[in-house]
Design a binder for this molecule. Sequence first.
Ligand SMILES: C[S@@+](CC[C@H](N)C(=O)[O-])C[C@H]1O[C@@H](n2cnc3c(N)ncnc32)[C@H](O)[C@@H]1O
Length: 298
Amino acid sequence: MASRSVVPSRDLGLEWGLLFARYLLDSEELHYGYFTPDIPVKLANLPQAQKQHTDLILSHLPQSAQTVLDVGCGTGGLALRMAQRGCQVDCVAPDSTLLDCAQARLGDRARIFRERFEHFQGDRKYDAVVFSESFQYVPVDLALANIDRLLKPGGCLLICDFFKRQGKQGSPIGGGHKIHTFLEAAKQAGFEASTDLDITAQTAPTMTLVAEFLDKVGAPFWRMGVDYCTVAWPKSTRLVKWWFKQRLAKLDEKYFSGRRNAATFTEFKTYRLMLFERTADRKPAEAGTTKTAEPATA
Ligand SMILES: C[S@@+](CC[C@H](N)C(=O)[O-])C[C@H]1O[C@@H](n2cnc3c(N)ncnc32)[C@H](O)[C@@H]1O
């Protein structure tokens, strides 16, 4: 692995997530779970719910999609499933430990490009461009222009990710483009959703697990550390607390106030699975409306 410059904090969060998933769950998946009534919301069931999330994406990927670009492939779980289905898969994501993991998992079953999607030129065109929880990391206008360039005529764009609900301020959970702004930009760029499935209710329980973890492990660990430093190094701790007052207050509010949970996720975010075709490629009668996902049966 080549040496890297400073890892951005968002990437660091994903890399920590990978350590936890590996150690606690014997899993390498980093995305939300898709919880159905038959899967009780507990940490041990997250891998099963994550598998359902991947199954849902695959069930919406047209069978005709042979060449697929997996943007922000994480540790390569979805890419592997698409390759097993017979697709020729390329993955593109910034260089990271996650991508090393994807490379090891995929071997020669997919090509891996270590760069940001907005800079990706590619050497072929695709039947489908897929984003699983990675669309929020790429600026909308650059993403849409590059997708348009990379898709074959008749190709499709599949996005499974959460967005900000329009007009909602003060979310304790970061991430996501504004949904209406994105849909408008997509329309302007010639993409219209033929499928738009709202899966917020099925994915939000993942945040219940995050909230439990922060409450039972994160917050006590953090407070014990602060208490220890206050006793062991009183003067320097006072100085650090004063110097970083605003940052520490923000961190405390964001992670340890108990506001990062399923209820706030549902209030501020909308998690969607959307399949787009280019307007020029499709008949007007195919235009779709937002549907709420039915809870899948076991
Ligand atoms: C939450 S992970 C999702 C991983 C995987 N798709 C999944 O569903 O498990 C986000 C992924 O987006 C990637 N990513 C972040 N910024 C990106 C960019 N500008 N272009 C492409 N991928 C990016 C990260 O490296 C990571 O692989």
